[in-house]
Every structure is written in structure tokens, then in C-alpha cells.
Design a binder for this molecule. Sequence first.
Ligand SMILES: *Cc1c(COP(=O)(O)O)cnc(C)c1O
Length: 217
Amino acid sequence: MELEQIRARIVAAANRAGRDPADVTLIAVSKVQPAQRVQAVLDAGQRVFGENYVQETQEKWPGWRAVFPDVQVHMIGPLQSNKARAAIELFDAIHTLDRMSLAKKLAARAAEGDTLPQLFIQVNTGDEPQKAGILADELPGFLAACRDLGLSPEGLMCIPPEDQDPVPHFRLLRQLAGDNGLPLLSMGMSADFESAIAEGATHVRVGSAIFGARDYG
Ligand SMILES: *Cc1c(COP(=O)(O)O)cnc(C)c1O
């Protein structure tokens, strides 16, 4: 199945970059995919999945988690502040911490005793007005504010502009992570995960190359 090929390509890309393949986590992005495709990928041993929508995750994952207790589900889509509480329960990681109001919501839940998922800050590396994320210039200030709230983001995430070479964006993200003492880098999708690994990705988010095209119909 495609999963085996993607795994092999991840190992090869890591080896070419002189990196340990074990340092690259494959997130199988299962949003909108039919249950039988997700089931097949679970049966093939994949345990880390990515989802974009809180409601879809609520409907889909509790059942599978009961069968596969070691499953991890990562939130990679935009997160509304009023769904922060649900997201904390549903996800093992949130890759889309992209604004102060969400940071405050998460910090408030932590103050109430909730254990927060692992956090990645989304960076708008292409400075795109319609795209979520912290601007590169504003990252140090945002990170300091997060830490003041008691949050401990561990990495950065980006979605490069669709019409551009992603590599300069991956390099910028790695630079920003290094400058700010963050060890994790969530970058690279079906079309470019190998170049992301060459640039230091620790988490690649691969959907259609594993599951086939998404049918939004
Ligand atoms: C949907 C999605 C992916 C997966 O995209 P593919 O091109 O299908 O691999 C990765 N990252 C994010 C943020 C997404 O929304």
C-alpha cells in the first residue's frame, strides 16, 4: 500500500540528509477520508494521524482510540477559541497555535487543571494576508507572551504559499526554531515532504499520498 512507500521515502530522505529516520514522525492526514481507508492504514500499523476539524475528530476517533490505545491524533487545522476545550480532550498535539486569544484560552484551561497537548506555533512564513499564523518578525514576542502564560510550545509549523518553492520557507522555519530554542519542526506535505526532511522536519503531514485524493463532495 501507499503507506509503505511513503515510509520508505521518509527513510531514504532522512538517510540522504544524514539524519536518523526515527527523528521524523509521519502524521497521516486522515481528514475527510472514508473510514475504510483510515482503518486500512491503522491495520498497517500507522499510529499518528492528523485532522483539521474538531467535530469530525469527535465523530471519528473515540471509537478507534478504544481499539488502538496508542493512537495519537494531531490537530493541524485552524482552531476556534470556543473549541479549545474540546480540542484539549481530543488531540495529542496542536500544530496551529496562531494567535494570542487561543494561547490565553489554552492557558486558562491549564490553570483549571487540564493537561495540554503538545504545542506548535504556526508561522505565516509567506506573509500571506489570508493565511493564519504568526509573522516571523513577531515570533519572539509571541513566544515570550506564551511562556509568560505558562505555555511551553515545543515547535513551529508552516504551510508555505501554494505557488512558491517551499524550500526557502522550510529554511526560514528551521532558522526561527533554532533562534528561539524550539526543537520540533512540522513542515512538508504530500508534494514536498522529502525536501522538508532535508531541511530538518521532525513532523511531516502527509495526506493524499497515503490515502488518495480527498473527496469533499
Ligand atoms: C490537509 C493538510 C495536509 C495534507 O495535505 P496533502 O497534500 O494531502 O498531503 C497537511 N497539512 C495541513 C495543514 C493540511 O491542512
